[in-house]
Design a protein around this ligand. Structure first.
Ligand SMILES: *Cc1c(COP(=O)(O)O)cnc(C)c1O
Length: 225
Protein backbone atom coordinates (compact mmCIF):
# COMPACT_ATOMS: atom_id res chain seq x y z
CA UNK A 1 0.00 0.00 0.00
CA UNK A 2 1.19 3.50 -0.80
CA UNK A 3 1.79 5.92 2.04
CA UNK A 4 -0.24 9.11 2.08
CA UNK A 5 2.88 11.08 1.17
CA UNK A 6 3.68 8.87 -1.81
CA UNK A 7 0.11 9.02 -3.09
CA UNK A 8 -0.01 12.78 -2.69
CA UNK A 9 3.30 13.32 -4.43
CA UNK A 10 2.35 11.05 -7.32
CA UNK A 11 -0.88 12.93 -7.79
CA UNK A 12 0.89 16.30 -7.76
CA UNK A 13 3.27 14.96 -10.40
CA UNK A 14 0.34 13.83 -12.56
CA UNK A 15 -1.31 17.25 -12.25
CA UNK A 16 1.94 18.95 -13.21
CA UNK A 17 2.58 16.61 -16.11
CA UNK A 18 -0.95 17.12 -17.44
CA UNK A 19 -0.58 20.89 -17.24
CA UNK A 20 2.68 20.79 -19.20
CA UNK A 21 1.33 18.30 -21.73
CA UNK A 22 -1.60 20.57 -22.55
CA UNK A 23 0.32 23.83 -22.63
CA UNK A 24 -0.87 25.10 -19.28
CA UNK A 25 1.20 26.78 -16.57
CA UNK A 26 1.25 24.26 -13.68
CA UNK A 27 0.94 27.21 -11.30
CA UNK A 28 -2.50 27.92 -12.79
CA UNK A 29 -3.97 24.60 -11.64
CA UNK A 30 -4.80 24.38 -7.95
CA UNK A 31 -5.67 21.22 -6.08
CA UNK A 32 -8.59 21.02 -3.67
CA UNK A 33 -8.14 17.79 -1.72
CA UNK A 34 -11.64 16.40 -1.19
CA UNK A 35 -11.65 15.00 2.34
CA UNK A 36 -15.30 14.03 2.72
CA UNK A 37 -15.72 10.90 4.85
CA UNK A 38 -11.99 10.86 5.57
CA UNK A 39 -10.86 11.01 9.20
CA UNK A 40 -9.09 14.03 10.64
CA UNK A 41 -5.82 12.13 10.85
CA UNK A 42 -5.83 11.53 7.11
CA UNK A 43 -6.32 15.27 6.54
CA UNK A 44 -3.42 16.00 8.90
CA UNK A 45 -1.16 13.68 6.90
CA UNK A 46 -2.01 15.38 3.63
CA UNK A 47 -1.67 18.82 5.20
CA UNK A 48 1.78 17.76 6.40
CA UNK A 49 2.71 17.27 2.73
CA UNK A 50 2.03 20.96 2.17
CA UNK A 51 -1.57 20.76 0.94
CA UNK A 52 -3.73 23.58 2.34
CA UNK A 53 -6.98 23.55 0.31
CA UNK A 54 -9.54 20.95 1.37
CA UNK A 55 -13.06 20.24 0.13
CA UNK A 56 -16.01 18.91 2.12
CA UNK A 57 -19.57 17.93 1.18
CA UNK A 58 -21.42 17.54 4.47
CA UNK A 59 -21.73 20.45 6.88
CA UNK A 60 -21.88 18.64 10.17
CA UNK A 61 -18.92 16.47 9.35
CA UNK A 62 -17.03 19.49 8.06
CA UNK A 63 -17.66 21.57 11.15
CA UNK A 64 -15.98 19.02 13.42
CA UNK A 65 -12.95 18.82 11.13
CA UNK A 66 -12.62 22.55 10.55
CA UNK A 67 -12.84 23.21 14.29
CA UNK A 68 -10.27 20.52 15.11
CA UNK A 69 -7.83 21.73 12.44
CA UNK A 70 -8.35 25.47 12.97
CA UNK A 71 -4.78 26.09 14.26
CA UNK A 72 -3.39 25.05 10.86
CA UNK A 73 -5.14 27.84 8.92
CA UNK A 74 -6.20 25.58 6.07
CA UNK A 75 -8.55 26.83 3.33
CA UNK A 76 -11.94 25.10 3.27
CA UNK A 77 -14.11 24.63 0.19
CA UNK A 78 -17.73 23.54 0.40
CA UNK A 79 -18.53 21.43 -2.67
CA UNK A 80 -21.72 19.59 -1.64
CA UNK A 81 -25.34 20.44 -2.28
CA UNK A 82 -26.43 23.33 -0.10
CA UNK A 83 -29.93 23.66 1.31
CA UNK A 84 -31.13 27.11 2.27
CA UNK A 85 -31.50 26.19 5.94
CA UNK A 86 -27.76 25.39 6.04
CA UNK A 87 -26.38 28.55 4.49
CA UNK A 88 -25.61 30.24 7.82
CA UNK A 89 -23.36 27.40 8.87
CA UNK A 90 -21.67 27.28 5.47
CA UNK A 91 -21.12 31.05 5.40
CA UNK A 92 -19.45 30.92 8.81
CA UNK A 93 -17.25 27.87 8.27
CA UNK A 94 -15.97 28.01 4.71
CA UNK A 95 -13.69 30.18 2.56
CA UNK A 96 -15.31 29.00 -0.68
CA UNK A 97 -18.67 27.56 -1.75
CA UNK A 98 -18.47 25.89 -5.18
CA UNK A 99 -22.05 24.73 -5.56
CA UNK A 100 -24.16 27.90 -5.75
CA UNK A 101 -27.04 27.35 -8.16
CA UNK A 102 -29.88 29.46 -6.75
CA UNK A 103 -30.02 33.23 -6.31
CA UNK A 104 -31.69 32.72 -2.95
CA UNK A 105 -28.72 30.67 -1.74
CA UNK A 106 -26.31 33.38 -2.89
CA UNK A 107 -28.35 36.04 -1.09
CA UNK A 108 -28.44 34.08 2.12
CA UNK A 109 -24.70 33.36 2.00
CA UNK A 110 -24.13 37.07 1.45
CA UNK A 111 -26.39 38.16 4.31
CA UNK A 112 -25.03 35.54 6.68
CA UNK A 113 -21.33 35.89 6.00
CA UNK A 114 -19.83 36.98 9.35
CA UNK A 115 -18.68 40.61 9.36
CA UNK A 116 -15.29 39.57 10.72
CA UNK A 117 -14.53 37.38 7.68
CA UNK A 118 -13.43 38.32 4.16
CA UNK A 119 -16.13 38.06 1.47
CA UNK A 120 -17.05 34.46 0.73
CA UNK A 121 -15.66 33.13 -2.57
CA UNK A 122 -18.29 31.40 -4.64
CA UNK A 123 -18.52 29.48 -7.88
CA UNK A 124 -21.73 29.09 -9.84
CA UNK A 125 -22.45 25.45 -10.52
CA UNK A 126 -23.33 24.66 -14.12
CA UNK A 127 -25.24 21.54 -15.12
CA UNK A 128 -23.26 20.78 -18.26
CA UNK A 129 -24.56 17.33 -19.07
CA UNK A 130 -28.20 18.43 -18.82
CA UNK A 131 -28.89 15.70 -16.30
CA UNK A 132 -32.29 16.22 -14.68
CA UNK A 133 -32.35 16.33 -10.90
CA UNK A 134 -28.70 17.26 -10.70
CA UNK A 135 -27.35 20.46 -9.17
CA UNK A 136 -26.36 23.40 -11.32
CA UNK A 137 -27.96 25.94 -13.60
CA UNK A 138 -28.19 25.62 -17.35
CA UNK A 139 -25.32 27.25 -19.25
CA UNK A 140 -27.65 29.74 -20.95
CA UNK A 141 -28.78 31.01 -17.53
CA UNK A 142 -25.29 32.02 -16.35
CA UNK A 143 -25.30 35.71 -17.49
CA UNK A 144 -28.64 36.48 -15.83
CA UNK A 145 -27.58 34.66 -12.70
CA UNK A 146 -24.44 36.80 -12.45
CA UNK A 147 -26.50 39.97 -12.96
CA UNK A 148 -28.89 38.96 -10.18
CA UNK A 149 -26.13 38.54 -7.62
CA UNK A 150 -23.95 41.44 -8.76
CA UNK A 151 -24.87 43.73 -5.85
CA UNK A 152 -23.99 41.28 -3.10
CA UNK A 153 -20.87 42.71 -1.47
CA UNK A 154 -20.22 39.89 1.00
CA UNK A 155 -19.75 37.27 -1.67
CA UNK A 156 -17.18 37.29 -4.44
CA UNK A 157 -18.10 35.45 -7.63
CA UNK A 158 -14.91 33.71 -8.72
CA UNK A 159 -16.10 31.48 -11.53
CA UNK A 160 -17.86 28.29 -12.49
CA UNK A 161 -17.98 24.78 -11.11
CA UNK A 162 -19.05 21.67 -13.00
CA UNK A 163 -19.32 17.97 -12.35
CA UNK A 164 -20.12 16.40 -15.74
CA UNK A 165 -21.68 12.96 -15.97
CA UNK A 166 -18.94 10.35 -15.62
CA UNK A 167 -17.44 9.21 -18.92
CA UNK A 168 -14.80 6.54 -19.31
CA UNK A 169 -13.55 7.81 -22.65
CA UNK A 170 -10.98 10.62 -22.50
CA UNK A 171 -12.27 12.45 -25.58
CA UNK A 172 -15.80 12.44 -24.20
CA UNK A 173 -14.52 13.80 -20.92
CA UNK A 174 -12.75 16.55 -22.81
CA UNK A 175 -15.87 17.47 -24.80
CA UNK A 176 -17.92 18.05 -21.64
CA UNK A 177 -15.19 20.17 -20.05
CA UNK A 178 -14.76 22.10 -23.28
CA UNK A 179 -18.40 23.14 -23.08
CA UNK A 180 -17.87 24.43 -19.54
CA UNK A 181 -14.80 26.34 -20.68
CA UNK A 182 -16.74 28.05 -23.45
CA UNK A 183 -19.40 29.16 -20.95
CA UNK A 184 -16.60 30.40 -18.68
CA UNK A 185 -14.82 32.45 -21.33
CA UNK A 186 -18.10 34.01 -22.50
CA UNK A 187 -18.52 35.68 -19.10
CA UNK A 188 -17.10 39.15 -18.70
CA UNK A 189 -16.59 39.66 -15.02
CA UNK A 190 -13.58 41.27 -13.33
CA UNK A 191 -13.32 38.70 -10.53
CA UNK A 192 -13.80 35.61 -12.71
CA UNK A 193 -10.60 33.60 -12.45
CA UNK A 194 -11.69 30.12 -11.38
CA UNK A 195 -12.89 27.12 -13.30
CA UNK A 196 -13.53 24.34 -10.79
CA UNK A 197 -13.68 21.04 -12.64
CA UNK A 198 -12.01 17.64 -12.67
CA UNK A 199 -12.10 14.77 -10.16
CA UNK A 200 -9.92 11.67 -9.66
CA UNK A 201 -11.37 10.06 -12.78
CA UNK A 202 -11.15 12.93 -15.21
CA UNK A 203 -8.81 15.67 -13.95
CA UNK A 204 -6.37 15.28 -16.84
CA UNK A 205 -9.16 15.98 -19.35
CA UNK A 206 -10.30 18.92 -17.20
CA UNK A 207 -6.78 20.38 -17.14
CA UNK A 208 -6.55 19.95 -20.90
CA UNK A 209 -9.71 22.06 -21.20
CA UNK A 210 -8.75 24.92 -18.90
CA UNK A 211 -9.55 23.85 -15.34
CA UNK A 212 -7.90 26.09 -12.74
CA UNK A 213 -9.04 24.06 -9.73
CA UNK A 214 -9.33 20.29 -9.64
CA UNK A 215 -11.33 18.68 -6.80
CA UNK A 216 -9.75 15.33 -6.05
CA UNK A 217 -10.64 12.91 -3.28
CA UNK A 218 -9.86 9.27 -3.97
CA UNK A 219 -6.55 9.88 -5.72
CA UNK A 220 -5.37 11.93 -2.71
CA UNK A 221 -6.66 9.85 0.20
CA UNK A 222 -7.36 6.43 -1.29
CA UNK A 223 -10.88 4.97 -1.24
CA UNK A 224 -13.34 6.59 1.16
CA UNK A 225 -13.92 4.46 4.27
C1 LIG B 1 -16.59 13.69 -3.98
C2 LIG B 1 -16.48 14.82 -4.93
C3 LIG B 1 -15.30 15.04 -5.65
C4 LIG B 1 -14.08 14.12 -5.56
O1 LIG B 1 -14.33 12.90 -6.15
P1 LIG B 1 -13.17 11.76 -6.28
O2 LIG B 1 -13.69 10.85 -7.29
O3 LIG B 1 -13.02 11.14 -4.93
O4 LIG B 1 -11.93 12.46 -6.71
C5 LIG B 1 -15.24 16.16 -6.47
N1 LIG B 1 -16.29 16.99 -6.61
C6 LIG B 1 -17.45 16.80 -5.94
C7 LIG B 1 -18.57 17.76 -6.14
C8 LIG B 1 -17.58 15.72 -5.09
O5 LIG B 1 -18.75 15.53 -4.45
Amino acid sequence: MLSATDRYQRLCQRINAAAIRYGRDPGDVQLVAVSKRQPIDAIRQVADCGQYQFGENYLQEAEAKITALAPRSLEWHFIGQLQSNKTRQAAALFDWVHSVDRVKIAQRLNDQRPASAAPLNICIEVNISGEPGKGGIMPAAVPDFIDSIGDLARIKVRGLMALPAPAADFERQRRAFRRVFSVFTAVEHPAFDTLSMGTSNDFEAAIAEGSTMVRIGTAVFGPRP
